[in-house]
Design a protein around this ligand. Structure first.
Ligand SMILES: Nc1ncnc2c1ncn2[C@@H]1O[C@H](COP(=O)(O)OP(=O)(O)O)[C@@H](O)[C@H]1O
Ligand code: SF4
Ligand SMILES: [Mg+2]
Length: 330
């Protein structure tokens, strides 16, 4: 355990996850891609860290690594000072839980809601029957579901109800951190607001810390205290939410904000198919955004910019050799 004064719950250092690679039986080299590349990040207790980026930029891969469902190819994740890889699945699951995009398919179709919600209490917390029943009642009430729902099966629920069950399942183990990967993206807009309000209330009541992942900048803006912008497997800008929306410094963040605000167009930045992100099997040298960047300079095609504070603000980090000057926003 770290000292009490250290409010960092998660400490991610140089985290990478590559897929493919190696050789076939016949010695032919298999193609390899880097879904997450040398990514570093801290999660502070009590914050909602929004992670935003286009489809395919590596958000879900990062989410799976953070909750221990996948192992990194390189780098470390420390949870409360302890190495995640050494801690074991069960110990991690007792502290870090997750909610995924597709609520219905993420629930076991053959189990009742009662069985689904009791499993973490039984397996992660080792609670007895009476205590489980007590917590179950509270949990169901907390996520605005009716007690009779406990005896039903996942397919009997709407998307919004199923996502509330998914949230209840994540909270059943009483975690410190919840990683939410596109938790409202599959829901109707009217239902999205209900679920976001519920998440906000639960966070307050239970003193939770969130990692909130979405491709939808407007959703991220509405929930986050701090924002990390992800592009092609790397973080390109991190800052307190207000600062990043008021004065984005990375040209990619600027692009996201601009495309989210064009009236009459859908808010979500469209990935526009495969043409926009570089080919992951054949990444460009230097800055991955260079082929799309109007601020690119010679060095951008040669070296990879690190994520650093490039102005007086120590909370605002940007991975860019030629960031948008602060003066451009005043
Ligand atoms: N299991 C896998 N095997 C091979 N490639 C994968 C796998 N999972 C993800 N990828 C690739 O990694 C990249 C990032 O994917 P993902 O993390 O799902 O992005 P996002 O959640 O931002 O849409 C994509 O190019 C995707 O095709
Ligand atoms: S490093 Fe260069 S190419 Fe990359 S975003 Fe900054 S200015 Fe553009
Ligand atoms: Mg995803």
């Amino acid at each position: 355990m770290t000292a009490v004064s250290d409010a960092r719950l998660l400490e991610v250092r140089d985290l990478s996850r590559r897929f493919g690679g190696g050789r076939t039986l016949f010695g032919v080299k298999k193609p390899q891609l880097t879904a997450v590349g040398a990514l570093s990040l801290d999660l502070q207790k009590g914050e909602t860290l929004g992670i935003v980026g286009e489809s395919g930029c590596g958000k879900s891969t990062l989410a799976r690594l953070l909750v221990g469902l996948d192992r990194p190819s390189a780098g470390t994740i420390r949870l409360d000072g302890e190495d995640l890889a050494a801690a074991g699945r069960r110990a991690v699951a007792a502290k870090v839980q997750y909610v995924f995009q597709d609520p219905v398919s993420s629930l076991n179709p053959r189990h009742t809601i009662r069985a689904i919600l009791e499993a973490p209490m039984r397996h992660l917390l080792g609670l007895g029957k009476a205590e489980r029943a007590r917590r179950l009642d509270q949990l169901i009430e907390d996520v605005n579901l009716r007690p009779e729902f406990l005896e039903r099966y996942p397919h009997e629920f709407s998307g919004g109800q199923a996502q509330r069950i998914g949230i209840a399942r994540a909270l059943a183990a009483d975690p410190d951190v919840v990683v939410l990967d596109e938790p409202v993206s599959a829901l109707d807009v009217s239902v999205q607001a209900q679920v976001l309000n519920l998440l906000e209330r639960l966070k307050r009541e239970r003193g939770l810390t969130y990692v909130f992942i979405s491709h939808d900048l407007a959703v991220v803006e509405s929930v986050s205290t701090r924002v990390a912008v992800m592009y092609f497997g790397a973080l390109v800008e991190t800052a307190p939410a207000r600062a990043i929306f008021a004065a984005p410094r990375h040209p990619y963040t600027r692009l996201l904000i601009d495309s989210a605000q064009i009236p009459g167009r859908q808010r979500a930045p469209k990935s526009g198919g495969s043409g926009e992100l570089p080919d992951p099997y054949n990444p460009p040298p230097g800055c991955a955004f260079a082929p799309r960047c109007s601020r690119a300079e010679e060095i951008c095609g040669e070296a990879m910019p690190g994520l650093e504070a490039r102005s007086g603000d120590s909370q605002h980090h940007v991975a860019c050799f030629n960031p948008i000057p602060l003066a451009a926003h005043s």
